[in-house]
Design a binder for this molecule. Structure first.
Ligand SMILES: Nc1ncnc2c1ncn2[C@@H]1O[C@H](COP(=O)(O)OP(=O)(O)OP(=O)(O)O)[C@@H](O)[C@H]1O
Ligand SMILES: [Mg+2]
Length: 283
């Protein structure tokens, strides 16, 4: 059975002449347990599509089946129920509640599932520790750096162990080390048999996926899998690694220090040693 099936999903914003078709009859199947990557230029409709899959928005037209059941047009309450039992969302703009500390933010999805307070905090703490920001548990979101906010948002999406994780640029604000941590966490969730749908602009991260779709102007332009995808990504990676190498080379040039000057005594000792070697070899 398909885990997620979209058939001719359309969505527009605005009214009359001012309306724009953001999604144009999108059809997409995501089998249970797939790691799907969505790429495409800014404004092409990636977040809108993710919001519909995450049941945060309703399409104007089309069918969205989750495990065979059309969920697109459920009431807000029913959608919320399906969401909290199945879906974890890592938003592009974090969406943490500003007056709640990190621990409360992260444990919030468990409150809706009526988990006891102690268990909520235990689970939230555990996941914050895993993501390396446990020491910020009692901080408010506005006291965190961009990367820390990102990790708190990821912790919140993962806390109820959802079978579907939707991630919108989950490493957009992170340094390389934190990005690797986040990707390792997503890979782990995927390996446990869960579905991941991740939006990214970074071709290096696309390699984590089993399939990549490219969106352009509200449509799926390309759907690449297996060998094809690897070839495409490898060539993009070669490009980006060339770029990275060029940058590193530049850094090396700029930051290269002169060799440390050896003291006069050391130098004369080396000279003496060399000349005595020459003398012995001549003999
Ligand atoms: N609530 C809204 N009201 C009106 N227009 C909207 C709304 N949400 C999105 N749009 C428009 O829909 C288009 C697609 O937006 P979306 O956020 O899905 O793009 P995206 O592919 O995620 O871009 P990015 O890579 O920049 O995040 C944009 O032109 C945007 O202005
Ligand atoms: Mg977006």
């Amino acid at each position: 059975m398909q885990s997620i099936e979209l058939v001719e999903i359309s969505k527009s914003f605005g009214l009359g002449n001012g309306s724009t078709n953001v999604l144009k009859e999108i059809s997409l199947s995501v089998p249970r347990g797939e790691f799907l990557v969505i790429m495409g230029p800014s404004g092409s409709g990636k977040s809108t599509l993710l919001n519909i899959i995450g049941l945060l928005d309703t399409p104007d037209d089309g069918v969205y089946k989750l495990d065979g059941k059309n969920v697109a047009y459920l009431s807000a309450r029913k959608k919320a129920k399906v969401r909290r039992n199945n879906i974890g969302i890592i938003f592009q703009n974090f969406n943490l509640i500003s007056r709640m500390n990190v621990l409360d933010n992260v444990s919030l999805p468990l409150l809706y599932k009526r988990v006891s307070l102690v268990k909520r905090y235990e689970r939230a703490s555990e996941i914050l520790k895993y993501l390396g920001i446990q020491e910020k548990e009692y901080y408010l979101p506005n006291q965190l750096s961009g990367g820390q906010l990102q990790r708190a948002a990821i912790a919140r999406a993962m806390v109820n162990r959802p079978s579907i994780v939707l991630a919108d640029e989950p490493t957009g604000n992170l340094d390389t080390k934190s990005s690797k941590l986040v990707m390792a966490a997503l890979r782990e969730i995927h390996e446990a048999g869960n579905t991941i749908i991740m939006v990214t602009h970074n071709p290096d991260l696309a390699a984590y996926g089993q399939r990549v779709i490219k969106m352009s102007d509200g449509r799926i332009e390309e759907d690449v899998t297996g060998a094809e995808m690897k070839k495409d990504i490898v060539s993009q990676q070669t490009e980006s690694s060339k770029l990275a190498k060029a940058t590193t080379d530049l850094n090396i040039k700029f930051s290269s220090k002169k060799k440390p000057v050896k003291s006069k005594r050391k130098l004369s000792r080396i000279k003496n040693r060399r000349s005595s070697k020459k003398r012995t070899s001549k003999k």
